[in-house]
Design a protein around this ligand. Sequence first.
Ligand SMILES: Cc1cc2nc3c(=O)[nH]c(=O)nc-3n(C[C@H](O)[C@H](O)[C@H](O)COP(=O)(O)OP(=O)(O)OC[C@H]3O[C@@H](n4cnc5c(N)ncnc54)[C@H](O)[C@@H]3O)c2cc1C
Length: 476
Amino acid sequence: MAVAYRKIDSDIVRRVRAIIPEPKRVMTEKADLAGYSFDGSFGTYMPELVVQPKSTAEVASIVKLAYEEVIPVYPRGQSTSLSGGPLPVEGGIVLDLSRWDQKLEVYPEDLIVVVSPGVLTGNIHAAAEKVGLMYPPDPSSSAVSTIGGNLAENSGGPRGLKYGVTKDYVLGLEFVTPQGEIIRTGGRTVKNVTGYDLTKLIVGSEGTLGVITEATLQLIPKPPKTATLLAIFDDIVTSGEAISKVLTSGILPSKMEIMDQASIHAVENYEPSGLPVDAEAIILIEVDGHARTVEEEIKEAGRICEAIGAREVKIASTAVEEANLWKARKLVSPAITRVKPTKISEDATVPRSQIPAMFARLKTIREKYNVNLVVFGHAGDGNLHPNIVADKRDKEEMKRVEQAVTEIFETAIELGGTLSGEHGIGNMKAPFMEMELGKAGLQMMKLIKDSWDPKNIMNPGKIFPAPGQRLNLTEG
Ligand SMILES: Cc1cc2nc3c(=O)[nH]c(=O)nc-3n(C[C@H](O)[C@H](O)[C@H](O)COP(=O)(O)OP(=O)(O)OC[C@H]3O[C@@H](n4cnc5c(N)ncnc54)[C@H](O)[C@@H]3O)c2cc1C
C-alpha cells in the first residue's frame, strides 16, 4: 500500500536547521537540489531537502524527525550507484554523507581500520598500503565512491575473485535505525558470533534499513609481488573457455578481467593504449603472492590460454606495462559513453562454468534487438558487465534496450545466475526481483524490511517493486 508522506514545509525546514546549525549544510534551493536528482544510472528525481550531516547525533536526530513526521530519507554517498540506489523517487530528504569523511584511523596491530561513512574507498587503500597492509575490496569506482555506498551496495571489484567483496571485510558497524536509534553490530574482533549477524544484514541493504555512520573494516597483509598478462582471442566464446580452464588449474588469480571487441574499440578511440583492435576479446590476468610463485603461475596461466586457443599471450615485463594494462581496463566505462550518451550498465552474474554460454547468449541478444551491447567485467567470478550504450532521446531505440536488458536478466537466471553481482537492485532491477527469489523469497525479505521500517521511510522505492512496476527506460 502506498504511504502518504508528509511534504517538506517551512516547519520541517526550521526543525532541520535547529539540528544542523550550519546554513550551507541544509539546502532548499532548486539549483542545489537538482545536483542530487541523479546518480550513475538512469532517470532524475528531485528531492525536497538535502542535508549534509557530519555526526551520528545529527543523523539520528534527522531520521527521528523523519520517522515522526513520515518523511522519506535517502542516504547518499557520491551517487555513483548504477542501479538507482540513492535516487529520491518519492521526494523527501537526501542525506548527503559524502562530507563526513574525517575519520580514517588505521590500527596496524589489530589489522583494522575505522572509518566514517563519507571516506573515499581509494583513501582507505592508500592508508592501508602506507603500513604494508591491504584493504582488498576494489570497486573500479574506488577513487570516487564512499565506503558508506560500498557497504550499502556490498560492492566488489576485480580482486573479488581471490579476496571476496565488501561484506567479507566488515567486522563492525555503527548504524542509525529508521526510528533514529543508534546501534552497534559486531566489533573489532575477527571472530564474533554473539546473536544474529546484523552486520551482514545491513551490508548490502542499499540504505533501506537505516544509515551506516561508522565501519570497522578488516585489513590483510599486502602481497609482496604481482604479475599481469594479456591474452588475445579471435573468438569470445573461446576466451570464456580459457577463463574456466585457468580457474580449474590450481592457480587462483587475484584478478581476471575480460574486454570484448566493442570495449577494445571504445578504449582505443578514447585514449589509445595499444590494445589489439582486431581481437574479439582480451583477458587480463593478475596473480599475486611471493615473487617465485608469481613468476611461475603467470607463465602457467599464459600456457593454458594458448592451449585453449589464445592468438597471443603477452606478460607485462615492467611495473609500468602492468599499470598501463589495468589503466586500459579502467578506461572502458568512460570510453563507452563517448559512443552514445546513455549507458545502461548491468552486472548479471553467472556460475563460472556458464561463462561461455553467457557470452554466446549475449552475442544473440545484441543481434536480436540490434543494440550497441558492450561486454566487459570481472570474468573470473562470472560477474560480467553487459553495457548497452544508446540515446535516451530515441524512444524506439530505448524500447529495444528495455527488451534486451530484460532478456539479459532472464538469461542470467536461466543459467543459474543472479540479477546483480555487485551493483545492487535499486529501483532499476526491482521489477525482476520475484524472477530470482520467487514470491515467498521476496515476501520474506519484505517482512524484514517492514519490521525494521514499518513506515517505509528509509530509501523507499528500492529493492521491492511497486505493484505492476516494470522496467521503464523511456521516462514516461
Ligand atoms: C565508473 C563506475 C565504475 C563502477 N565500478 C564498480 C565496481 O567495480 N564494483 C562495484 O561494486 N560498483 C561499481 N560501481 C558502482 C558504484 O560505484 C558502487 O555501487 C558504490 O559502492 C557506490 O558508492 P557511492 O558512494 O557513490 O554511493 P551512492 O551511489 O551515493 O549510494 C549507493 C547506495 O548506498 C546507499 N548509501 C550510501 N551511503 C550510505 C550510508 N552511509 N548508509 C546507508 N546507506 C548508504 C544509498 O542509499 C544507495 O542505495 C561503479 C560505478 C561507476 C560510475
